[in-house]
Design a protein around this ligand. Structure first.
Ligand code: VJV
Ligand code: CA
Ligand code: ZN
Length: 397
């Protein structure tokens, strides 16, 4: 009745465990699992679940998490609670104002909340499940909107991320795939994934992000940061960074994305791709500073999909929940080939419809153009494209 059918010739799976919605970083913390509730509401109300294989994912096991993370850190995550944390580490309570602690990275950005380990193991389990569906060819595109937490390090929480589900999923893909391409359109630099695969040519990491050292988190990812410098290190040139300034618009981003991603795929020949779709690169994001619209953001998904290479799609940042949900619902429709079928007006009857009132119940509100101007000049953009072209020429040998 809504015109949504299974895609022809390929399979899409959706991996999700609604238990992730029950966890809260804290009342005023910008990371809101509510965005996942809204995303699910749109996906189901449009009937998009009927076009996918839908799996309730299981929590990742301790051993699966320890495939990347240090044992002591996994132990810590699995036992820490808001009640026992100060007993275990009294120095957390006595740190300087607005402390950023060095105890496994916990602090204001990464608080210890009730159910933290259940939250982490569930979003990680969904990414691992999704990767396995791609490995055994039961899916061509596998989606986990609750994943994409790209800042987590081996033994350290960072930037709202505790367990790096992307690294865990890539490790799964590497069991069957010789080369994995990672593409990250979150407004923040994908530093945790970059660091994990810094010294290998089996994973190529590409991140587009706002870059302003010392000012914008995490402060890494300049254009010149392309892997280890030593000529014998296999990771040399297998990292691509696209540093951007405030206000980038759909047109500029689309041009840059195509100009970087197409030659990268044609040079590297990945056998699987992981796309991190952080929605904090949209205009009007609470933490971001770009001017992308839902369609501009979604164009990145369409473009990557067009290469028809097994694709893992994960979420990431996104701090204006209703727009995150719009973007990820639209991108789900792109994955199943229904983006031209969906009614841009939201379904008449759906849970939480009121959350979308402000912009008039449309999937495509105007998020670009006027809040801040595009400070990325044509010269900046061309310099990036030249740099990437020269870098790719080095690995062709
Ligand atoms: O900029 C930072 C680090 C500080 C120290 C901690 N204070 C709270 C903020 C400044 C230097 N952290 C960033 C982290 C961004 C993480 C992005 C994650 C992702 O989207 O890439 C992937 C999921 C940052 N920006 C804004 C905040 N933190 C922030 C944190 C809060 C907050 C308001 C802003 C934490 C708690 C509360 N409010 C109550
Ligand atoms: Ca990024
Ligand atoms: Zn982000």
């Amino acid at each position: 009745a809504n015109g949504i059918t299974r895609p022809k010739g390929y399979r899409v799976s959706w991996h999700y465990n609604p238990s992730v919605e029950n966890h809260h970083f804290g009342q005023t913390h910008p990371m809101k699992p509510w965005r996942l509730t809204l995303t699910k509401s749109l996906v189901l109300s449009y009937g998009m679940h009927t076009a996918m294989d839908c799996y309730v994912s299981r929590p990742a096991t301790r051993e699966e998490i320890a495939a990347f993370h240090k044992d002591e850190y996994v132990d810590f995550l699995s036992v820490a609670t808001p009640q026992n944390i100060y007993e275990m580490y009294p120095e957390l309570a006595t740190g300087p104002q607005g402390f950023s602690s060095h105890i496994f990275g916990v602090g204001d950005d990464c608080p210890i909340f009730d159910g933290l380990y259940a939250f982490c193991s569930n979003y990680a389990g969904a990414s691992i499940d999704a990767a396995r569906k791609l490995c055994n060819k039961q899916s061509d595109i596998a989606i986990n909107w609750s994943g994409g937490l790209h800042h987590a390090k081996k033994a350290e929480a960072s930037g709202f991320c505790y367990v790096n589900d992307i690294v865990l999923a890539v490790l799964q893909l590497l069991r069957h795939h010789p080369r994995v391409l990672y593409v990250d359109i979150d407004v923040h630099h994908g530093d945790g994934v970059e660091q994990a695969f810094w010294s290998t040519d089996r994973v190529m990491c590409v991140s587009f992000h706002k870059y302003d050292k010392e000012v914008f988190f995490p402060g890494t990812g300049p254009l010149e940061s392309t892997g280890p410098i030593h000529p014998d290190n296999p990771g040399k040139n297998y990292t691509i960074n696209v540093p951007l300034s405030d206000g980038i618009d759909d047109e500029t981003y689309d041009y840059l994305f195509r100009s970087v991603v197409e030659p990268t795929i044609k040079t590297y020949h990945p056998t699987a791709i992981v796309l991190q779709c952080g929605a904090d690169s949209l205009g009007h994001d609470r933490l971001g500073c770009f001017n992308l619209n839902i369609r501009g953001h979604g164009n990145c998904v369409s473009f990557v999909k067009s290469f028809q290479i097994p694709l893992l799609v994960v979420g990431g940042g996104g701090y204006t929940p209703r727009n995150v949900a719009r973007a990820w619902a639209h991108e789900t429709s792109i994955c199943i080939g229904a983006d031209r079928t969906l009614n841009p007006q939201l379904p008449e009857y759906m849970p939480h419809r009121e959350a979308f009132r402000k912009e008039g119940f449309t999937l495509f509100p105007n998020l670009g153009g006027w809040r801040r101007e595009n400070t990325n000049s044509k010269q900046d953009v061309e310099k990036i494209i030249r740099h990437v072209r020269d870098q790719l020429a080095e690995i062709r040998t």
